[in-house]
Write a protein that binds this ligand. Structure first.
Ligand code: GDP
Ligand code: MN
Length: 401
């Protein structure tokens, strides 16, 4: 689960991490009071959306101006003007996709005078099964680009969970950033605090880009992107309270209501599968035959007809879906239940795209009979390989028609 920058900074502040003072606002009318409270003389007005690249982003609407999603203001009047321009408008960044995201909240911060910018992140590294700390002197830039162009400028430190964060990790960070004296001490202190926050809140990722040294000689987190482990959220009601549903994929929200494991992807083939392993195998085989899946969806082992109907509706509601592949192995799940769910869903939402169904296992004959008797235009498949080839062919056929 992701949260906004201003919320992330509030979480980090609890752990003593250095961040600027700031106020979140939801309407232009709140801008003046927020700016006056902070005092100036320099403010930063920052769009709050769950996507990075805001500084270099552009607004769709002309009245939002052309200064990007993060703006430096030098008077209360300027803060007010930027708030009026940005709130309610759509910001497009490299991370939002072409549709962009509407800016409904702004964060007004005390501006910092920047002497140098760095990159720092922590994440759960699945390869080592440990928390990795990644730092670079190339701050404020796209880290993927840095990794590609000058990988030697990225330093990764892996932390052994048995020892936790040790002073030498902090010293490695300071050294990698070329910091000495008081700034090296600050970097060591910051690293320890970030690690503590990361563990305590069950984060999945924490990215500070840029981490800056101010002209006053202080280390400060200028940006903060925090993501939390969804499976640990039950331990953190304070974090759950920060959830902004307007930032999340509507299909994923709907799926979570029905307790379906659903993740929206970018492709064109909608998938309904039971079991995470089978679902992944299905995505792989679709890619093997040259197309891309539109989603990951595990309806679970013992799904009811209602759940299957809900799942099917979520898939068909996605305008990117050009074909659907239902791939069910009936173990605990019975094929006739799936068949009835699919048919109930098609009857309520209609079927505009090709549908390939592969059923195997418990009650497979009844399931196939239900589909046949329905008179629906369903393409039956023998096995997974056959199913994947058929849906890929169907989607391509539709594309060329
Ligand atoms: P992002 O573009 O979404 O990653 O948003 P950031 O929070 O990183 O802000 C974008 C850029 O704005 C930063 O890389 C800085 O160069 C600049 N910026 C942000 N806050 C300040 C500030 O307090 N003072 C100055 N001078 N620049 C800032
Ligand atoms: Mn940033």
């Amino acid at each position: 689960m992701n949260i906004h920058e201003y919320q992330g900074k509030a979480v980090l502040r609890e752990y003593g991490v250095p961040v600027a003072r700031g106020r979140a606002i939801f309407a232009p009318a709140e801008a003046e009071a927020a700016a006056q409270e902070l005092g100036g003389p320099v403010w930063v007005v920052k769009s709050q959306i769950h996507a990075g690249g805001r500084g270099k982003g552009t607004f769709k609407e002309a009245e939002a101006g052309d200064k990007g999603g993060v703006r430096l203001a030098r008077s209360v009047e300027e803060v007010k003007a930027y708030a009026r321009q940005m709130l309610g408008h759509t910001l497009v960044t490299v991370q939002t996709g072409p549709a962009g995201k509407q800016v409904n909240r702004l964060y007004i911060e005390e501006g910092a005078e920047i002497a140098s910018e760095f990159y720092l992140s922590m994440l759960v590294d699945r390869a080592t099964g440990r928390i990795a700390l990644v730092v670079s002197t190339e701050g404020g830039m796209d880290i993927e680009q840095v990794a590609q162009d000058s990988p030697d400028k990225i330093v990764t430190v892996t932390i052994d969970p048995a020892t936790g964060l040790m002073p030498h990790h902090g010293r490695t960070v300071a050294k990698a950033l070329g910091l000495t004296g008081s700034l090296a001490k600050q970097a060591e202190d910051l690293t320890a605090k970030l690690y503590q926050a990361f563990l305590a809140k069950d984060m999945e990722m924490l990215e500070i880009n840029p981490l800056v040294v101010t002209k006053g000689g202080e280390l400060r987190c200028l940006d903060a992107k925090l993501a939390f482990d969804g499976n640990a959220l039950y331990r953190h009601p304070d974090i759950v309270a920060l959830r902004d549903l307007t930032e999340e994929d509507e299909k994923e929200i709907e799926a979570s209501k029905h307790d379906l494991a659903y993740i929206a992807l970018d492709g064109t083939i909608g998938c309904m599968v039971n079991g995470a392993g089978l679902a992944m195998a299905t995505l792989d085989i679709i890619k093997l035959y040259g197309e891309e899946p539109a989603n990951f969806l595990d309806v679970g082992g013992g799904a009811s007809e209602e759940k299957v109907t809900a799942a099917f509706q979520i898939i068909t509601a996605d305008p990117n879906v050009k074909g659907i592949l239902v791939n069910i192995f009936g173990g605990i799940m019975k094929c006739d239940v799936i068949a009835r769910g699919v048919i109930a869903a098609v009857k309520t939402v209609g079927l505009q795209v090709p549908l390939v169904v592969r059923l195997e296992g418990t009650n497979v004959a009844q399931g196939q009979e239900i589909i046949r008797a329905s008179g629906l235009n369903v393409i039956a498949a023998e096995d997974l390989d056959d199913a994947a080839q058929k849906i890929v062919a169907a989607v391509r056929g539709a594309g060329h028609a």
